[in-house]
Structure formats: C-alpha cells, structure tokens
Design a protein around this ligand. Structure first.
Ligand SMILES: Nc1ncnc2c1ncn2[C@@H]1O[C@H](COP(=O)(O)OP(=O)(O)OP(=O)(O)O)[C@@H](O)[C@H]1O
Ligand SMILES: [Mg+2]
Length: 385
C-alpha cells in the first residue's frame, strides 16, 4: 500500500527538476497514480511541465508546497524555543553547534506534507524534486538531527515544567514553554520521525542526477557518501546532458571525448549503481510529451518504479554496526562515542546515532573502513569513554 517514493537530487542546474518530471510523466503514462512534489520554492516544476499545479494529466498530479504561512505561524517560536532552552540549560558544544543545522521551516513543512500524501493511500508513486545538494542533505538529515535534540529537550523541558511553577520560572531563568508550544514541538517531532521512516524505508530511494563534468562528479561522489551516512538508499545515477557522438563536428567531438572519460570515471565511482544516460536534447524538454519521451529514453529496459534493489546503508547485529559509506576516504571518517550515542563524521557531515540497547551496553573493540563499509565491532564489557 505504501507508495514508491523517488527523490531526485544533485548539484544546482544539472537537471533534477527535469529528471523528476520526466520520471513522473512516465509513471503516469504507465497507469500509475503519480504525485510529483517540489520542496523548492521556485516554481520550476510547473515551468518544466508547462502547467499550473493540480491534475496536469490523467493520473498525474503536481503539488507545489506553499509553506510561507505555515512557517510564519509555527516555526519561529519553535526555533527560538529550542535555541533558548539549549543555551539556558548550558548543553555542551556539540549541541549548540548542531542546532545551527536546523534548516528552514519551508523544508520541514514540505516533508510533513509529503508524509500526509504518502498516508493518503491514493498514490502509487510519489516523485520529489529536491533542492540542490547541500540543502537536500540538510533536509534529509533533519528528522534525525531533530530527533536527537528533541529526545534531550523534551524530557528536560517536561521535568522543568512539572517542578517549576510559572512564578518560579523567572527566578530559575528557564524559559519553560507554554503547553501549546510543547505539544507543537512533540507533534513536529513525531511527524519528522515518520518522515524519516518513510524516506529511509524499503519503498524509498534517491536518484542522483549529474552532468559529466568533473566538478559535478566530485560533488555527486560526496553526496553519495553523505546520503549513505544518513541512511538513505541511492538506487541509480542519472547522467544528464550527454552529447551524442554521431555526426559530431570537431567542437562536439571534443566534448564527446571528455564526457565519455568522465562517464567511465562515474561508472567506477558509483558501481554497482546503474547509470542512466540522458542525451543533450536539441531543445529544453518542456511539456508532457517531451518529458515522457525523455523518461522512456532515460530508463530504457529498467523498471524505474520497482522497489529499490539496494540494501539499507546501516546494518546492526549483536556485535557489529556496519554502515556503507561508498566513496568515503579513511582520513575523512571519524568515530566518537558519547554514552549511548555513536557520532560518525564523514567529511563535513555528521550523524548522531542512538545505539540500540544491546550495543549500548557493550564496549567498542575496533573499527575499520574497508571497501566502502565502516564496521564498528562491539564486545562484552562496560561501555567505554
Ligand atoms: N537533457 C537535456 N537536454 C537539454 N536541456 C535540458 C536537459 N535536461 C535539462 N535541460 C534544461 O536545463 C535547464 C535546467 O534543468 P533543471 O531545471 O531540470 O535543472 P535543476 O537541476 O532542477 O536546476 P535547479 O538546481 O536550479 O533546481 C532547464 O532549462 C531544462 O529544460
Ligand atoms: Mg530544479
């Protein structure tokens, strides 16, 4: 019953919106009830499809997230509250550092709306056109980052509210929030946990869009690593704007040669992921027909709507935590334990993992990054540090 959720991300301008729209158009053409959603505030999806939001073709709905009002209503107070309480409670360095990654409410609301749509049971496929790389990563990491804050914040806040009566609050210098903020925070928290479950679940996957250029490729590699770090399954790469080789003049022949070198590099970097190649079309692929055609060419014989044939990046056993970090460099990966939490850093990205009880009781006996997999071994005995 759960819909297939397909997320498209990649560097700015590489063709994310176009690839997402082409995939959605293809899905609708194959009779799947399809919703395409943008987390972007720019109306580029409507532009690509050449339509206004709504039912834009039989079985194809375009949803443009309008978040401005909801943002103004809720987010300001929540964010202020979170910041204020963290500061006042004098929580440690990591905490105050992490709070700055709380992204804009627009993205949060887009995610919450996505969950609503998935719940409706009305859609076979939900395609999400995500914001460019860095923002998307933040967006995708958010539920967990917030989970981490909330689980700390909420019980503490609760305790304070129980113990400290309103007139004592000013003396205690703790900004105990009003009940309504508290429950809004809890609602938000629960909602985000559900979003995370949806996006890391077995019916969801991310497609990485790139163009065969070295800067773009380098960024796509980092994105693959960080998406894995945060637990998202990447199931395909889309190489867009590839120059056709036939009938090339000297100028184009040089591009063809350069691009095929980079495509070979991409194949090596992203193996075993399939790379779907999309040619540089003679015109912008705008409108349903052009997009459906592009979708068909993009996937060829592959079934783009089958469940992802990719394992979840994180696997836990009784004595080992294994996290796939394809493309990660040993020098960039760092591991720290803090009580029941494992803090894994890959380059500029960090994930705070709450260890399951069975592992939290144990001591870390070793860790290694080999063949793109970080393995942390646990052994009997009290937790270290
Ligand atoms: N294969 C292609 N051939 C020709 N034009 C293309 C192709 N793919 C995308 N385009 C065009 O390139 C432009 C950028 O594409 P698109 O808007 O999909 O990129 P994006 O990654 O979503 O950008 P942004 O980061 O700004 O959201 C658009 O004008 C689109 O029509
Ligand atoms: Mg776009």
């Amino acid at each position: 019953m759960s819909p297939r959720v397909l997320l498209f991300t990649g560097k700015g301008g590489v063709g994310k919106t176009t690839a997402a729209a082409a995939t959605a158009t293809l899905a609708a053409k194959r009779g799947l009830k399809t919703l395409i959603v943008s987390t972007d505030t720019a109306h580029s999806l409507a532009d690509a499809l050449g339509v206004e939001p709504g039912e834009i073709a039989p079985g194809l709905h375009l949803h443009q997230v309008d978040t401005q009002k909801t943002l103004e209503r809720h987010w300001g107070e929540l964010q202020e509250y979170a910041r204020g309480v963290l500061t006042e409670l004098g929580l440690d360095e990591i905490t105050s550092e992490e709070i700055t990654i709380l992204p804009g409410a627009e993205e949060i609301i887009a995610l919450l709306e996505l969950r609503e749509h998935a719940r409706e049971g009305r859609w076979d496929v939900i395609v999400v056109d995500c914001a460019p790389t860095a923002e998307t990563l933040r967006l995708l990491a958010l539920p967990e980052a917030l989970d981490w804050h909330m689980t700390r914040l909420m019980p503490v806040g609760r305790k304070i509210m129980k113990i400290v009566s309103p007139f004592v609050r000013s003396v205690a210098h703790v900004s105990a929030p009003g009940e309504e903020v508290m429950s809004a925070g809890e609602r938000l928290h629960r909602g985000l946990l559900e979003v995370r479950e949806l996006l890391t679940g077995e019916h969801a996957s991310v497609r990485l869009v790139l163009t065969p250029e070295s800067v773009v490729l380098a960024e796509a590699r980092r994105t693959l690593t960080s998406l894995n770090l945060y637990g998202y399954r990447v199931d395909a790469v889309i190489a867009n704007r590839v120059f056709p080789a036939e009938g090339a003049d000297q100028w184009r022949a040089q591009w063809v040669a350069a691009q095929s070198r980079l495509l070979a590099e991409a194949e090596e970097s992203f193996a075993p992921l399939p790379i779907h190649v999309v040619p540089y079309l003679p015109a912008e692929p705008v409108g349903k027909d052009a997009l459906a055609e592009m979708g068909a060419a993009m996937y060829g014989e592959a079934d783009p709507f089958a469940d992802p044939g990719v394992e979840p990046p994180l696997r836990l056993s009784a004595d080992e935590l294994a996290l796939a970090l394809p493309g990660a460099d040993r020098a960039d990966v760092d591991l720290a334990r803090k009580g029941d939490e494992l803090i894994i850093t890959a380059g500029p990205y960090r994930r705070i993992l709450a260890l399951p009880a069975a592992l939290a009781r144990r001591r870390i006996s070793g860790a290694a990054l080999r063949d793109g997999v970080l393995r942390v071994r646990f052994t009997a005995g009290g937790p270290d540090d």
